[in-house]
Design a protein around this ligand. Structure first.
Ligand SMILES: C[S@@+](CC[C@H](N)C(=O)[O-])C[C@H]1O[C@@H](n2cnc3c(N)ncnc32)[C@H](O)[C@@H]1O
Length: 317
């Protein structure tokens, strides 16, 4: 596990540090600790007077945190839970942090641990849970959801053009024997999609696997419920950074930050403001920040990453 953590390369690392601008003594929340790549850089900046609070639902991240906390000089705390529950806990405690990072999705550590079942390139049990100790697995969803539900998940979360035929083939196949491994699901997808699609646009199982992973881990529900909590646990002047890896995540980050940075919403022809709404934040990044060509070349997994950062205003009166 530790070797895997060492192989993990944090995405947009320089940009995260520049835009969050951590200083000695700051309190930082890394709500998606993973292999601790970003946390290590943040911890170096906040130094011994600072505090780093890490959240992750994966027990492997907690294991990695043990060695991380022995390596850094700042004060540290780990909360093993979903970031929704972790941020709710911090909010209940009255936390006022200087910055918060959400680096969404799965870590390289999770994808590369074959038996976790995230990858379509090996044949293992169909799991895909970020927290392998609780909740339904991908095999459970494939067994229990009806054809319409499966097709909707593949289309909405994976933008899979062949969602209908893949769902139909899954239902047909599981009528004979349960689909319990990644290999069985890949075969099912390969039988369902039209022949030309097998050789165009990347691996034919890529989008279905992404969609199932998002559903298994309720990734979008977690984001929707957590962004208001993330904002709440920031002190005035604090910064929120979100790294997303597909449009469904980035849209949420953009919408949330833009709404915080928006003041009066009265119709333009109204002579005076009737809504009284004031902006609560400002956008540090007007457009999302994407990896440099050098980073995209050296770390192909960074290619779809987008970073957005907003700052909570000090005084909104
Ligand atoms: C992209 S990785 C983070 C990598 C990390 N920034 C690094 O540099 O090592 C995302 C991590 O967030 C965790 N995660 C994703 N969604 C989560 C959620 N809703 N609650 C808690 N942890 C979550 C995953 O388990 C994974 O370890």
């Amino acid at each position: 596990m530790l070797e895997m953590a060492a192989m993990h390369v944090p995405v947009l690392a320089g940009e995260v540090i520049d835009l969050l601008a951590p200083r000695a003594g700051n309190t930082v929340i890394d709500a998606t600790f993973g292999a601790g790549g970003h946390s290590t850089l943040l911890a170096g900046r906040i130094a011994e007077r600072g505090t780093l609070i890490a959240i992750d639902r994966d027990p492997a991240a907690e294991e990695r945190f043990e060695s991380f906390s022995a390596e850094v000089t700042c004060k540290t705390r780990f909360i093993r839970s979903s970031f929704q529950e972790g941020l709710q806990l911090l909010s209940d405690e009255g936390m006022q942090a200087d910055m918060l990072l959400l680096d969404l999705g799965v870590s390289s550590m999770q994808i590369d641990t074959r038996e976790r079942g995230f990858s379509y390139s090996c044949n293992v049990p169909l799991d895909m849970r970020m927290d392998p100790t609780s909740g339904p697995t991908a095999a459970d969803l494939v067994a229990d959801l009806d054809e319409r539900q499966l097709s909707r998940i593949f289309k909405e979360f994976g933008e899979e053009r062949h969602s209908v035929v893949i769902a139909r083939e899954i239902v047909r196949t599981r009528g004979r024997a349960p689909i319990t491994t990644t290999g069985e699901l890949v075969s099912c997808i390969e039988r369902a999609v039209p022949a030309p699609a097998l050789f165009a646009g990347g691996h034919p199982a890529k989008r279905t696997f992404q969609a199932l992973r998002i559903a298994v881990n309720d990734e979008l529900g977690q984001i929707d419920a957590s962004l208001p909590l993330a904002w709440q646990v920031l002190r005035p002047g604090g910064r929120l950074a979100i790294i997303s890896f597909h449009s469904l995540e980035d849209r949420r980050a953009k919408r949330f930050m833009t709404a915080r940075a928006t003041g009066c919403i009265c119709p333009p022809d109204l002579p005076v403001c009737g809504c009284g709404r004031l902006p609560e934040g400002e956008l540090i990044t007007r457009r999302s920040v994407t990896p440099s060509s050098g980073e995209a070349a050296s770390n192909p997994r960074s290619r779809s990453a987008r970073l957005r950062v907003a700052r909570k205003l000090e005084d909104i009166s």
